[in-house]
Design a protein around this ligand. Sequence first.
Ligand SMILES: [Zn+2]
Length: 291
Amino acid sequence: MVNPVKESLTCRIPLYIIALTAMSPVFAGNNALSSWQVMAERAQTMLEETQVDIDNKLLQTYQGYAGVWANVGGNTAIKKICKTDQCDAGLFRSINELSADAKYVRKAGLAFVPFTPKHLEYLRAAGIERQRVTLKKGQYLWPVMGLRITSRVGNRWGKVHGGIDVAAARGSIVIGATEGTVMIVGDQGAYGHCVFVENHDGTVAWYAHLSDSFVKVGDKIARGQIVGTSGNTGRSTGPHLHFEMRTQQGIILDPEHFFFLPYEEHLKQSQDFENEMATKNKMTAKTSNKL
Ligand SMILES: [Zn+2]
């Protein structure tokens, strides 16, 4: 006898769903965890509390070291870059992939200047530090302190806008929203200069229209670590960061579902912190001028 319920279901359910259902006994083994158990355990790790330090204009990180990114001209003596005791010359060479006996930076470009513990102590005493926030492992930081969100995920001009746009002055610091491994760095047509990161949770993040990038393919990045600076490269109507998130299969996700704070709250907190840092920086400059 034909089961009428089953019959009608088969008519409505597309073939691929039936195929997936047929494959699902993968989790049915006696000793195997069910997919629900796997998901529940994974969700639990995402709820673990973590502390994150956020890079700013004065204090940045690369490969776990604290320092600052600088534009170095061609044939600059390393002695000149590390002339005071604020920079560790040996570390400078290894981080910037120069030979151990190199005396010059031959090629002009970006270099990471690692600070010595002594200089870090000096900065700390002057109140120059990175903003520390406590959040859960699965929560993301906003990648840029922009002025406003100009576009969200959804339909725009008859096309799907796959990310969020945050208007930000050219050169604004863009930080890693969460930990991950850098997959692609470079020009991506309409998206301009991009950094693509495979996040620790398996999602993929695109940081687009950048003016500069401070990471290379294969780098492990920390949450809050500077990834680049925002800009206006590619097809863009003004300086902004386009931040897009996808699954490995390319399905578009809404980044706003992943963020630690709603945008308005993030903006307020980060602006307060930036103002505080600017005041401290002015004070430090004044003190050092007096000396
Ligand atoms: Zn966009």
